[in-house]
Design a protein around this ligand. Structure first.
Ligand code: ZN
Ligand code: ZN
Length: 435
């Protein structure tokens, strides 16, 4: 099969840049929490319709799906996520968010695009605009998925809402994430690329009383402290040095006043792992420690352990990843494409589409950080030494991808990755079996 060339798809793209910059700043200033992306979804649907896409809204809540049928040929799924996070933005940018919203537990919280999903929406709308404008350059069908609630697992919700039956079945699923790597660089790997994530809520039961008479109580705060410190030994003592796992207690709530010992303490725990064996071992260790520390404190009631959400390991198809890496290298330059030595500890629900559809997926990261921050660091060193702590990462209140050339890189990567699957108009023997 003669695939359409990357350059022909990219040739008219720079003309769209002013519109995309304004779109990015608007989305950044108006982030919305998971499953509340009503404004974002309507901006997306509006733009897609104007570009000439067939649009379906409210898929799995606030999801938007655009379909562009452009003759016979393969079907490519491109995906962006849309949700922001309950984080108070501290970037000081002129287009910083001042938004607040009510979260799932009824609390008013600040909202920020602290994971860069506004960048993903902007880049995918840039790619859909170019695909619509360059219809003569390719053949096939593109399904553009704007997914809600990636942070809490919105992809399965779209699938449960009939995604498989309602839209053309893709031959490949492609997705990307902006990262704090230097702008212009793209990184991924065949096989596992993102970790599994499991979130748990733990309620510890003590017996409340007066702060002056702890002997008449069972103090859940001391119990929680013991649990948290002992959890630090899971990775250091129970996971092999060649394997990766993370155990984070991201939230601890107990008590109201300094002289009252409360009845309960609530913890939220997040576990990351990259193999099923490590995942099972770490989750079992967390449960064992929570229960044992409660018993050691003389708790009158067993702790409650509730699963909040669970993301499997994101796995890139070997062959499709090879195809995508070659295409992106052709578009951005070989030296700008890095193969990650190991999976990242971040997690994604993107893999849910490929798994449910039974087709290969490829997910990659593209840098959005100011290159000035990396003056004395070789990009390859980031792969071995990790990110310097001076550079704000995703979920930080200071996370601020430089809009340009990050947008250009993200749009280019999407178009380049899609191109090998989309046949040229002249190619009458277009056959999806060959890819
Ligand atoms: Zn995130
Ligand atoms: Zn994210």
């Amino acid at each position: 099969m003669t695939a359409t060339s990357v350059t022909s798809l990219l040739s008219g793209f720079p003309d769209q840049m002013p519109g995309l910059l304004a779109l990015y700043e608007d989305l950044h200033a108006h982030p919305e929490l998971s499953f509340q992306e009503f404004r974002t979804a309507s901006v997306v649907a509006d733009r897609l319709r104007k570009q000439g896409w067939k649009v379906t809204e409210s898929v799995g809540g606030t999801g938007v799906v655009g379909v562009l049928v452009n003759g016979e040929g393969p079907v490519v799924l491109l995906r962006a996520d849309m949700d922001g996070l309950p984080v108070k933005e501290r970037t000081g940018l002129p287009y910083a968010s001042h938004e607040t919203a009510v979260d799932g537990e009824g609390n008013e919280v600040p909202v920020m695009h602290a994971c860069g999903h506004d960048m993903h929406v902007t880049c995918l709308l840039g790619a859909t605009g170019r695909l619509a404008a360059a219809r003569a350059e390719w053949r096939g069908t593109v399904v553009a998925v704007f997914q809600p609630a990636e942070e809490i697992g919105g992809a399965p919700t779209m699938i449960k809402d009939g995604f498989l039956e309602r839209f053309p079945r893709p031959d490949v699923c492609l997705g990307q994430h902006v990262s704090p790597a230097p702008v212009g660089f793209v990184g991924t790997r065949p096989g596992p690329v993102m970790a599994a994530s499991d979130s748990l809520r733990v309620r510890l039961f003590g017996r409340g009383g007066h702060g002056s008479a702890p002997e008449t109580t069972i103090d859940p705060i001391v119990m929680a402290a013991a649990v948290i410190m002992r959890l630090q030994t899971v990775v250091s003592r129970e996971v092999g040095a060649a394997q990766t796992a993370v155990v984070t207690v991201g939230s601890l709530h107990a008590g109201t006043k300094e002289n009252i010992i409360p009845d309960t303490a609530d913890l939220r725990i997040n576990v990351r792992s990259t193999t099923p064996a490590v995942r099972n071992r770490v989750l079992a260790a967390v449960e064992r420690i929570v229960r044992a520390e409660a018993a050691a404190s003389g708790a009158l009631k067993d702790p409650e352990i509730t699963g909040l959400n669970s993301f499997p390991v994101t796995v890139n198809d070997d062959r499709a990843t090879g195809t995508v890496l070659v295409a992106i290298a052709e578009a951005l330059g070989e030296e700008r494409v890095l193969t990650l030595p190991q999976p990242l500890t971040g997690s994604e629900d993107f893999g849910a589409f490929g798994t449910a559809l039974g087709v290969p997926s490829v997910f990659w990261h593209f840098g959005g950080a100011d290159p000035a921050l990396f003056q004395h660091i070789a990009p390859e060193a980031l792969l071995t030494d990790g990110l310097p702590e001076t550079i704000p990462a995703n979920h930080s209140p200071h996370f601020a991808p430089v809009p340009e050339p990050t947008i250009r890189t993200g749009v280019t990567a999407l178009l380049a990755a899609a191109a090998p699957w989309l046949c040229t108009e002249a190619d009458h023997a277009c056959d999806r079996q060959e890819m």
